[in-house]
Write a protein that binds this ligand. Structure first.
Ligand code: ATP
Ligand code: MG
Length: 557
């Protein structure tokens, strides 16, 4: 099926057809002030895919023009994340701060053209002079300073003669513009700060709205894809590249951000969760930072698929986390082995199975994918089963183990529950059963049917491991009821059960699981060995996603 093109592809087609550009150059321009999240994945995938689709190039550029919030730690993590998602910048890794000299020259150029001036107003005064949506702004008292004086003052700003906030450079555009961004925006400010890349070389720094279009233009970007909040900044973007005089100015195109319902995405908000220790770092598997998704076990393919089905458009929509879960399930269902793990174990003793005997059963690794082969698993007289797979007094429609009921032990035998033992508090500790030795492989010799099939592991050879189950950090029910994920004090409605740690038993083969190995644990979901907490021979498993889903793909994509 030929997929229909989205509006950005239509723009690019038109530009190429009309000869506005003869190639495509895109970029992803993160500010290194935090870890990337699933929203950024949309931008990364969009920008890199457009370059690929049109035989163009994709740059990674750090927008590091604000020295107060940026850190090298974030630069490294962002590079790792972008690479992991499969976006290839080849040898085009850039830093906006490497352009400071050129940006400075552009500012002088504007001054010489009479298009920029030095202002003595304070930040508050500038705000006040700016006017409002209904009122035009007022001219800056220094708006008509001579070119020579502006040049002299700007150079003094650069040379450290003024303190922070004492002087700024403003673009001379139009104080009566209906677009407030065009009312003589500040383009350079004094800030005596050490920059992570340029050190103390500069004490003036360009403002985002001035720096960003220049960065794009310096790199020969053709299509500068950004999110909708920059739509009102586009006239200023165009003004900057035009006034500085680029021959082939980039075109800015805005698209809607990716939002997930009831999920914390913004960098600022994730940061708050990290700093307040609600979560255990930027890669806590409950977060949707790229690092967290990777750690939890999501694949780059599943994230790309999710971005694809979410679509690229100009109208703001909210995506469903269930759609992301759908994508990882579809990815892993045929590709990973299906193993047995008992997350909340109680013992099952088969009274009529010979004491001291054990056997190996051959089981397929994945019924949907023969290429994954088969394996041998040990079986014996004592097993572990899930606590909730036995009930002494079952409700209606409970088809698992209860006294007198027969079930299938997956890939093994039919067993019938007989009785149970309890501890002093009345908790069941051991279930007794008998087995039908003729039902090996899970089929009865006489065609007898059972309604329940349960999984198990052999007690003697099972490996004890830690398994972590996750739920949404946000209390979704509460958030839906209140119509917001935050309460009146700006605090999240937190789900107290977002993390459950299980002391589980798994098949012995899982003992050798390595970081990022993924499995289906039958009846429980898809799991990934944690890269941080797993030790040699003692893996820790994170549940990526359970098996159940209420999500339906809207249309075949
Ligand atoms: P946040 O919104 O989390 O604070 P940001 O926009 O401040 O992020 P930047 O580093 O400035 O983060 O963003 C880099 C690029 O990623 C920008 O082009 C931005 O438009 C894009 N981007 C950020 N958030 C999203 C999102 N939710 N969906 C799509 N693109 C996004
Ligand atoms: Mg930002």
């Amino acid at each position: 099926m030929a997929e229909s093109k989205h509006f950005i592809e239509n723009f690019i087609d038109k530009d190429l057809e009309e000869g506005v550009y003869d190639h495509v150059q895109t970029r992803f321009p993160p500010e290194p002030n935090g870890y990337l999240h699933i929203g950024h994945a949309k931008s990364i995938i969009l920008n890199s895919t457009m370059a690929k689709e049109y035989g163009g190039k994709f740059n990674l550029r750090f927008d590091d023009t604000n020295p107060s919030k940026e850190k090298t730690e974030f630069v490294e993590s962002i590079k790792e994340d972008v690479k992991w998602l499969g976006a290839d910048w080849e040898d085009r890794l850039f830093f906006a701060s490497d352009y400071f000299d050129r940006m400075y020259e552009c500012a002088e150029k504007l001054i010489l053209k009479g298009k920029a001036y030095v202002s003595d107003l304070t930040a508050d005064e500038i705000k006040e002079y700016r006017g409002s949506f209904t009122e035009p702004g007022k001219d800056d008292p220094q708006r008509d300073r001579s070119i020579d004086e502006n040049l002299k003052l700007f150079r003094e700003m650069r040379d450290g003669k003024y303190g922070d906030g004492e002087k700024v450079l403003r673009a001379k555009i139009d104080m009566a513009s209906p677009n407030i961004n065009m009312r003589d925006p500040v383009i350079y400010r004094v800030a005596h700060m050490t920059h992570h890349n340029t050190g103390d070389k500069w004490c003036i720094y360009p403002m985002y709205d001035f720096a960003h279009p220049l960065e794009d233009a310096f790199e020969g970007v053709t299509h500068s894809l950004c999110t909708l909040e920059f739509e009102d900044h586009r006239p200023l973007y165009d003004w900057v590249v035009r006034e500085v005089g680029f021959e082939m100015p980039p075109r800015q195109i805005e698209f809607a951000k990716l939002y997930l319902k009831n999920v914390v995405t913004g960098k600022r908000y994730i940061k708050k969760l990290v700093e307040s220790k609600v979560v255990d770092g930027w890669d806590d598997p409950r977060l949707v930072s790229i690092a967290a998704l990777r750690r939890r076990g999501f694949t780059p393919e599943s994230i790309r698929k999710f971005i694809e089905i979410s679509g690229i458009s100009k109208s703001q929509a909210v995506a469903d986390y269930a759609a992301l879960e759908y994508c990882i399930r579809e990815d892993l269902k045929p590709s990973v082995p299906r193993m047995m793990a008992v997350l909340d174990p109680i013992k099952l003793v088969i009274d009529n199975y010979p004491e001291g005997q054990s056997e190996m059963l051959t089981v397929p690794n994945n019924q949907e994918n023969e290429a994954l082969g088969s394996r041998q698993i040990p079986f014996g007289r004592e097993l572990y089963i899930e606590r909730d797979d036995f009930m002494e007094e079952p409700p209606k429609k409970y088809f698992r183990l209860f006294p007198g009921n027969e079930v299938r032990l997956m890939n093994a035998y039919f067993v019938t529950a007989v009785s149970c033992e309890k501890d002093a508090d009345g908790n069941i500790t051991v279930v007794h059963c008998t087995y039908d030795s003729e039902s090996k492989g899970g089929n009865s010799p006489d065609g007898r049917k059972v309604k329940g099939t349960i999984h198990w592991v052999d007690a003697k050879t099972a490996t004890p491991v830690q398994v972590r189950l996750y739920e949404n950090l946000i209390d979704e029910e509460k958030a839906d009821e209140m119509g917001s994920t935050y309460d009146e004090n700006g605090e999240l409605y937190l789900n107290p059960n977002s993390l459950t740690v299980c002391e589980a038993y798994v098949e012995p083969a899982l003992k050798e699981a390595k970081a990022y190995d993924r499995f289906q644990f039958v009846r429980q979901g898809f799991f990934c060995a944690d890269y941080k907490d797993s030790k040699e021979g003692a893996p820790v498993f994170n549940r990526i996603v359970s098996l159940k889903s209420s999500f339906v793909l809207p249309k075949e994509v």
